[in-house]
Ligand binder design. Sequence first.
Ligand code: AMP
Length: 314
Amino acid sequence: MYYKKIGKEIKRYHTIIIARHIGPDPDALGSSIGLKELILNNFPKKQVYVVGAPASRFKYLGNVDKLPEIDYSKALLIVTDTPDTKRIDGADHTKFAKVIKIDHHPLVEKFADIELIDDKASSASQLIIELAKINHFRLNQEIASKLYLGVVADTNRFLYEYTSYKTFELVAWLIKKTNLNFTSLYDNLYTKSLKEIVFSGYISLNMQITEAGLAYIKLTDNILKKFDVDPSTAGNLIENYNNVDKIKVVAFCSEDKGNNCIKCSIRSKGPIINEIASHYSGGGHIYASGARPKTFEEVDKMLEELNKICQSFE
Ligand code: AMP
């Protein structure tokens, strides 16, 4: 893989911009902000910036930067956790001297000069830990905490399929190297507000489950307002429903008036869902995807397709 080569490019460029996907989750933030701090910890004179919209919900993972005037033609862009250009947040990849992708999604689009893709890796943060290890980069607890939380969030505490011996090996190395007090980090990730729990009660009572094993709920803006939650809240709760007996696929679809779409989070216990998500302005991993249909009529079509794959999945 390209770990050494990427290490060399990091050494070569003075100005480095790091980007991740729109609507970031802890892995997108942990891998990008963790990588920035990793580079600065080893090369303090470099100029390194993380771009993209701020994510106040995950502010414990660090902040994004305001991009100063820079000469892009001399700068390196590293994009983490993002398979295609339309999902890069805050950077135009065509402007840079060199572009590196570090990702664990299945290949959607080749856009970088160096593409480090491992779609069997648990998370982009795992790939950054491996980058640090192979290049003998110095770590500290701050960096380690961000990368650790990225891995933990994307594996749902080492539960999911792509958690491997390598995940444990790299995480154990990270903890040992930095003496990381990792149990103290969980509060940030797992503390929920009371209104989320009440909303979760509404979802549990109102979601539909088809005979084929598709669980779904359609949440209008009015319902979200009633519970004082936003279009991302249901998606943040979806992991709680992915281990329920007889449910093969879960889809939570929330009206997102601000972005003029229906924000859907989809999870699966077997049927492959990212192909269907891609028909509705979405994509993602084979068992964890998102989609952005424009109307609830489109949502119904997507749910029909999801129900069909549940029917044909043994
Ligand atoms: P989420 O349900 O938002 O946590 O997303 C689950 C996975 O699907 C993540 O890997 C996201 O990057 C991916 N994903 C979510 N929304 C989209 C989208 N509109 N297009 C492509 N991939 C998406």
